[in-house]
Design a protein around this ligand. Sequence first.
Ligand code: SF4
Length: 173
Amino acid sequence: MTFKLLFKNLVRGPLTEVAPVADEAALAELAAQVNRVARARLGRTLSIREIDAGSCNGCELEIHALNNIVYDLERFGLRFVASPRHADVLLVTGPVTANMREALERTHRATPDPKWVVAVGDCARNGGVFAGSAACVGGVSAVLAVDLHIPGCPPSPTALLQGLLALVESVSA
Ligand code: SF4
């Protein structure tokens, strides 16, 4: 029985899905465009602080992908920063949990003006699959004024970049 199982596992293909192929050229163009517009409108590159207000971490995986060796966002001057005091954009994921509400508000207060709040993912819009839970206060707009919502569960890195581009394009120079 053990040998049969071992043989079966050796000959069959992987059970996981094949990873989608990233369109390198399109992504590079998109990221470079975000950087160009940010420099023109803000006079500097864009600094982003990510806040997990209670997500399942699916959205974080896609956001972290922006920094991996495939997307490597920093080569275009877009940076994730450790402190809200250095951020232009707060990228907020998840429904806002009761436990994270105050931390989110304090992070927002610590971010210098001008600042923009981007709600990432379906949960950040209205609580998503967690809507109605006693542990959640709702989407990000239940706590902060949201400038842009990027839909998806979770949104892809390309969708995240498109959202950031739409955000910087909306800023008047
Ligand atoms: S939108 Fe989807 S991936 Fe993102 S936190 Fe909600 S359930 Fe998770």
